[in-house]
Structures are given as structure tokens and as C-alpha cells.
Design a protein around this ligand. Structure first.
Ligand code: HEC
Length: 200
């Protein structure tokens, strides 16, 4: 036994005649072990509730806020007021843009004079989706998929949407050649007969 070259590595203790070598873990293994301990301390310092980290909930909320901000920036309705659309209906340049947009895109369903064909008459007092500038803008932007009014929010530029919504305002009260029968409610009579519902 004394000739054993591993003799020095033998540990002192002995159990039931069994002795063991001192086999240290490799340095690289020990190094990673210490690194994980150091990391765990940093990690605990960064845990929400204990440390200064914001945590996954806050990360999620920050991401959602970023996405909402982006969506708002891409939404042509964002920051828009009734006044902006009314202004577009009288501004010559915007009116020209609205009129040409209406003639090329909308006239196929609403007719060039707005009298209505597949889509409703836009010159009368009857409205399915509201006659407020923002309501008209919303109908144009989002469309009414189930009823065949396409959403134009992605196809047209925001400036073009505002212009064409403004142009729709100018159609009201005009006399088209072949007006389509009224659809929806007469909002003029609603406005005079009773105060408008709070949602409008
Ligand atoms: C493919 C046919 C089609 C085209 C093109 C079309 N519309 Fe329409 N539009 C409709 C139909 C159908 C409706 C009625 C939806 C319903 O019944 O709810 C409608 C409804 C509307 C309304 C709401 C009317 C109301 O009574 O509330 C407005 C405003 C409108 N369209 C504007 C436009 C404008 C502006 C354009 C062009 C950018 C356009 N539409 C292009 C078919 C069309």
C-alpha cells in the first residue's frame, strides 16, 4: 500500500476499511460556482419588492405602454377634434383633396354627388352611424365591415381621411340627382325634438 503513488491524496479518515482520495473540483467548475453565487446576490438586490429592480410586471406594462403609444401615433383619429374636420371642409386645398378622393374612391358606392347607391345617401339628415364630424371620420376610418363599407384608415393617408370627412360634411343639404331613400335616423329632428343622448 505504501507504494501507492496516490498515497498523498488519501484523506485521513477511514470507514469500514474504506479510504477516499481528496478530489478537488476542477477550477473552471469552482469558478462558475462562485459566479452563480455572486449573480444570485445581484439578482436578489434586483428583485421587485426587495431590491430596486422593476420586475417582469413593470416590464410588461412598459412594453404595453410603448405599443399603445405607437398605436395612437398610427391612429388617424388620434388627437382629432370636430373642429379640425369642420376646418377641413372649408379650407380650399383640403376641400379639393377631399373632393377628388371622394370622386375616385367613394363615388362608386355613394355616387359622385353623395346621393347614395350601395352606400347610404350622404346628403340627407338620416344617418346610420352619426353625423358629427368625428363620427363620420370614424365610419370612414374603421368602416362597417358587415354592411359593406370598407375601412379606409389603412388605405388613405390621415390628411386624406380628414379631407374626405370634411368633404362629406359639405354634401349635407345638397340636392343629388337620384337621392337614395333615407337610412337610419333623422338626426336633425332628433336634435330639435329632444336633447341628444349623452353618448353622442
Ligand atoms: C364598397 C362600397 C363603399 C365604398 C367604396 C365607400 N362606402 Fe361608405 N358606406 C358603404 C355602405 C354599404 C355604408 C352603410 C353601412 C351600414 O349600413 O352600416 C356606408 C356608410 C358610409 C357612411 C356612414 C353613413 C351613415 O348613414 O352613417 C359614411 C360617412 C361613408 N360611408 C363615407 C364614405 C367615404 C368618405 C368613402 C370613400 C373614402 C366611402 N364611404 C366609400 C359603402 C361604401
Amino acid at each position: 500500500m505504501s507504494a501507492d503513488p496516490n498515497q498523498d491524496r488519501l484523506l485521513d479518515h477511514e470507514y469500514d476499511g474504506i479510504k477516499e482520495y481528496d478530489n478537488p473540483m476542477p477550477r473552471w467548475w469552482l469558478a462558475t460556482f462562485w459566479i452563480t453565487i455572486a449573480f444570485s446576490i445581484l439578482y436578489v438586490l434586483n428583485v421587485p419588492g426587495i431590491g430596486n429592480g422593476k420586475g417582469r410586471i413593470a416590464d410588461y406594462e412598459a412594453e404595453m405602454a410603448k405599443a399603445a403609444a405607437l398605436a395612437a401615433r398610427n391612429d388617424p383619429m388620434n388627437g382629432l377634434t370636430n373642429e379640425t374636420i369642420v376646418a377641413a371642409s372649408t379650407d380650399p386645398a383640403q376641400r379639393a383633396l377631399g373632393s377628388s378622393t371622394f370622386a375616385t374612391i367613394c363615388s362608386s358606392c355613394h355616387l359622385a354627388d353623395g346621393g347614395g347607391l350601395i352606400g347610404p345617401n350622404l346628403t340627407d339628415a338620416y344617418w346610420l352611424h352619426g353625423d358629427k364630424p368625428l363620427e363620420i371620420m370614424k365610419t370612414i376610418t374603421e368602416g362597417v365591415a358587415a354592411k359593406g363599407m370598407p375601412p379606409w384608415g389603412k388605405t388613405l393617408k390621415p390628411q386624406q381621411l380628414v379631407a374626405v370627412a370634411g368633404y362629406v360634411l359639405t354634401l349635407k343639404g345638397t340636392t343629388p340627382k337620384a337621392p337614395k331613400a333615407p337610412q337610419g335616423i333623422n338626426l336633425d329632428s332628433v336634435a330639435t325634438a329632444a336633447p341628444p343622448p349623452a353618448t353622442r
